[in-house]
Write a protein that binds this ligand. Sequence first.
Ligand SMILES: *Cc1c(COP(=O)(O)O)cnc(C)c1O
Length: 436
Amino acid sequence: MEKNNALLQRSLASVWHPCTQMKQHETYPLIPIKSGDGVWLVDADGKRYLDALSSWWVNLFGHNNPRIKEAIKQQLDTLEHVMLAGFTHEPVVALSEKLAQLTGLGHAFYASDGASATEIALKMSFHYWRNVVGKPQKSKFISLQNSYHGETLGALGVTDVAIFKDTYAPLLMQSAQMPSPDFRLAETGESAEAYALRCAEALELYVSAHCHGLAAFIIEPLVQCAAGMGMYHPSYLRRAREICTKYEVHLIADEIAVGFGRTGTMFACEQAQIKADFVCLSKGITGGYLPLSVAMTTNQVYQEFYDDSTARGFLHSHSYTGNPLACSAALATLGIFEDDKVVEMNKEKSTQICAKMAALADIPHTNLRHQGMIFAFDVITKNTKFSRDCYSAALKEGLLLRPIGNTVYFMPPYSITDDEVDFMINATLKALKSTV
Ligand SMILES: *Cc1c(COP(=O)(O)O)cnc(C)c1O
């Protein structure tokens, strides 16, 4: 404990940690992590924790991954960074080509975090309606109830999670929220698809009445992760695409959490066979190694900015845009997808993990659900501090688990082995037994 304590005292004295009421660290100690290997995080005193949430949904192929590490090392010996305005380099070009192939969207605009990718998509959509001739200059956005698109001011304006949003409401642009197709909100006896289609009808009603001012509808395809892994039927996405096309409103797919194989296909939109006008990507893009995000869009949108007038161009920028080290990590990550047939292999793994979750049957719960490599259930408990208690109990068992409210979820690195899944389930069972 000695080394752990020393570092955490220094951290509390100097670091302001994210998404945290810092005073709670008087009772819930920080964990100082020294190293990582595969699905394991190792603290300063050598205790190991299985990373069941992929370090906030970013790590796809384990910590200390030899292939991604090697790619970054090679890039480090060549070029660490150069500004992307006026300059270009091989990693950013190669990555953009690959992403264009994978998404069917021809142009990539880079930033460093998810929220910035949201900002870029919103600004581009808004600006497009100013550049395009013969259309209304639209400036409003809509999103889903319980949606999460990041926490910078623009992104927070289309986010609908009260605890992140309410304090800052006076600073935010107004946006309307459409009924969420999350199947947990369906009427008893109503199928997930019937409910999704009913939500889509409400969407059409709103969009048809407001389309003259509506620039875009931003949506998390298939899974509203931050809302507590709210899953919905792909028919909603199909209808949303049709409605957006019919009323000339952009569709922005925020695949920041669900992209890169997480829902069982490379991108979640594939399961509805739709193509959005903008796709936001981040999190898993570098396998969890370096900050990188991108807003992808169609060549048609791109062309509306291509002009002799400077002001019609997209004059947005970030200092580290298209960082070569991050791009090389992303290329290595995509290389692993190809070489190891990851999306295919995950199908089997997903089925196995589901089967093993049967061991949790005795814990009172509802809405057991999964989508690709996301697994979740809602615990039934009177414990009002369940989330934090379960988090602490799991840490004692050597498991990093971070329930969202009463929703317990697993989003493990794809590299998790059978034995590690067993460990994860057993440790979860123990943590739940003492906290539910
Ligand atoms: C995490 C997340 C974001 C924000 O990404 P950051 O890198 O944390 O800014 C946006 N949208 C979704 C769906 C996310 O899960």
